[in-house]
Each structure stands twice: as structure tokens, then as C-alpha cells.
Design a protein around this ligand. Structure first.
Ligand code: PBG
Length: 330
């Protein structure tokens, strides 16, 4: 009885209305977080060659982009600074400057948009160090864990004081979530969230991002002593478990599409808000396929976003956020 031809799975696929009715997950502009790169100056738009269609914007331009995002229904921005070479140092101390580019951008967005949009800020030292690593290094170039965590705490408090809504540590040091949460509570920032880059892999997909923040040419070696090995999944669950226990409000998996198995396992194991970062190399792959005439941008963007939702994501960080939000309609 329960077999063909009584059962035909093509019946519900036969028309657009029925496909819409039966779609299991939806993507809306509210699922998107838009990463933006900030640069010095006024009226500056500085295109990033390896990320076609993405630019660094001076603070005034960032405010304009924030207003675009609000109009398109995007709930949150993620900010990254392109720090001038003369402000970079071995210890990345510019991260602690209350008037650094990041803090000025946060304040400008919050002044212009208030609670209409959330501001998520990346915590890690790579945009500020002269060596491009995410933390402090010893004489051999090894990234020191505990000394780095102390600086990350200061960086987090600096961003929170400027008005950041979500602190997003992307550094992969051990113990940083507990240290940052305790410091935020101590300073009265009870409602400042932490979205932890909990399962962040040492990936080949970050190249264009490093161009965007100006760290690619500076970085010697790799980040494999702190970012995860791409072969590991069980370890990702341990990373997530620890970050949740230390006080993370939500967790992130990064990169995105090559790691959807991790998203699905994290969601199943913990049932917490999980986000994925469709990173710069993933964006560049889609744009390269479009430029080569191999695929349709709109269809690829929407299909990849649907895949993230299907895997269990609450939301996705993507450089296509504004384009996607406009396609989806506010
Ligand atoms: C830095 C950081 C990176 C990204 C986000 N935060 C790069 C890295 O770890 O080297 C990558 C994002 C992207 O590729 O879009 N801590």
C-alpha cells in the first residue's frame, strides 16, 4: 500500500505554490549579519581586489551602509578595521585605544541608528599586530595563550564601552570566553552578548579577508597552533561545550559551507543558537563562478543561505548580506 504509485513524492513538487507551502526552512533578511571593513578618512570607498564587489569604507560610509542594512531588514553588522601600518605594533596595543577606528565606527553607527541595528565586533589582535597573528608572540613566534587573553579582555571592554552589542572573539585562545564574560559583568555590561567563534578552523578560505584588513602580507607562517585542524569534528564539539560553559550566548562555526556537518552536529548536541560565517574565500568562489559565466549569482547566494538554515543555523555572516536581503525583500 505505502508504495508507488500511491506514494509519489513529485506530487508536492508539481507547482510553485505547493513547493512554497512544503519548504521546510526559510531565509529572511533577519537571518543575516553583514561584515563590513572600516578604513581611515572621510568619503573613502576602497575596493578590495580579491573580494570583487566589497569595499573598505571610511566611518561616514560605514554609517551609510548601516542605514542601507536597516532599510533592507538586516539586524546586525560585523565590523573589521583596516588599521594603518604605523598604528600596528608587535603587541597590537592599538586594540586598546578608545579612539581607534573600530570604536569610532561603533559610536558613529550607534549615534545614527541606535537600537535599529546590532553591532558585532571581532575580538582578536590580527588587525593591530605588525606580524598578523591574532595574539602576542614569543621570540620563536609562538602565539602565547594567557598573555593574549589579558589583552583580549581589554579589547572587549574597549569595544563594549564604545557601544558594541555583541563581542565576537575570533582568536581561538583557551579560556578567553570566561575571562571576557567576567570582565563584562564586572563593568556592568550585563546585556552585551558574546558570540564565540567556537569552532574556527585553520582554513585556506580566509585569504581575501586578510587582504581586506591588511594582514596578509604581514603574516608569516600560519595559525595552526590555535585555529582548529580541518579534519576534526569531535574537537569542535568540545570547543563549543567549553565556550557555552564559560558564558557564550551563541556560537559560530567558521568557515561555512565546507563545515555544515559541524553546524548540524553542534545544533543537535547543544540546541543553542548557532551561526556560520560564509567567509571571504567562499564569497570569492561564488563571484569567480559568476564572472566565469558558470553560475547565476542570485540563485547561488539564496541556495547557499538556505543550506545554512537547513543545517541548523540561526543566522549567517555573509558579504552577500545586503544583496541577499534586497532579493528576499524586507
Ligand atoms: C581574524 C579573523 C579572520 C576572519 C575573521 N576574523 C581571519 C583569520 O583568522 O585569519 C576571516 C573571515 C573571512 O575570511 O571572511 N581573527
Amino acid at each position: 500500500m505505502s508504495s508507488y504509485p500511491m506514494i509519489r513524492l513529485r506530487r508536492t513538487r508539481a507547482s510553485a505554490w505547493s513547493r512554497a507551502l512544503h519548504r521546510e526552512v526559510q531565509v529572511t533578511p533577519a537571518d543575516l549579519i553583514w561584515p563590513l571593513f572600516v578604513t581611515e578618512g572621510t568619503g573613502v570607498e576602497d575596493p578590495i581586489a580579491s573580494l570583487p564587489g566589497v569595499s573598505r569604507w571610511s566611518v561616514d560610509g560605514i554609517v551609510a551602509r548601516a542605514k542601507d542594512a536597516v532599510a533592507a531588514g538586516i539586524p546586525c553588522l560585523a565590523l573589521f578595521p583596516n588599521t594603518q601600518p604605523e598604528r600596528r605594533s608587535e603587541d597590537g596595543r592599538e586594540a586598546l585605544n578608545p579612539d581607534n577606528l573600530m570604536c569610532r565606527a561603533i559610536r558613529a553607527i550607534k549615534d545614527a541608528c541606535g537600537d535599529e541595528i546590532g553591532v558585532l565586533t571581532d575580538v582578536a589582535l590580527d588587525p593591530y599586530t605588525s606580524h598578523g597573528q591574532d595574539g602576542l608572540i614569543d621570540a620563536a613566534g609562538y602565539v602565547l595563550n594567557d598573555a593574549t587573553v589579558e589583552v583580549l579582555v581589554g579589547q572587549s571592554l574597549n569595544q563594549a564601552a564604545a557601544g558594541a552589542d555583541v563581542i565576537a572573539p575570533s582568536d581561538m585562545m583557551d579560556g578567553r570566553i570566561a575571562a571576557i564574560r567576567a570582565a563584562l559583568e564586572g563593568e556592568g555590561h550585563h546585556n552585551v552578548q558574546i558570540m564565540s567563534y567556537a569552532a574556527k578552523y585553520a582554513s585556506a578560505f580566509y585569504g581575501p579577508f586578510r587582504d581586506a584588513v591588511g594582514s596578509r602580507g604581514l603574516l608569516k607562517g600560519d595559525k595552526k597552533t590555535y585555529q582548529m585542524d580541518p579534519g576534526n569534528a569531535e574537537e569542535a564539539l568540545r570547543e563549543v561545550e567549553l565556550d557555552l560553559a564559560e558564558g557564550a550566548d551563541s556560537v559560530m562555526v567558521k568557515p561555512g559551507l565546507p563545515y555544515l556537518d559541524i553546524v548540524a552536529r553542534v545544533k543537535q548536541a547543544f540546541g543553542v543558537p548557532v551561526f556560520a560565517y560564509q567567509v571571504s574565500g567562499e564569497y570569492a568562489m561564488i563571484e569567480a563562478a559568476v564572472a566565469a559565466g558558470a553560475a547565476d549569482r542570485d540563485a547561488m547566494v539564496l541556495e547557499t543561505l538556505l543550506a545554512f538554515k537547513r543545517a541548523g543555523c540561526s543566522g549567517v555572516l555573509t558579504y552577500h548580506a545586503l544583496h541577499a536581503a534586497r532579493l528576499l525583500g524586507a
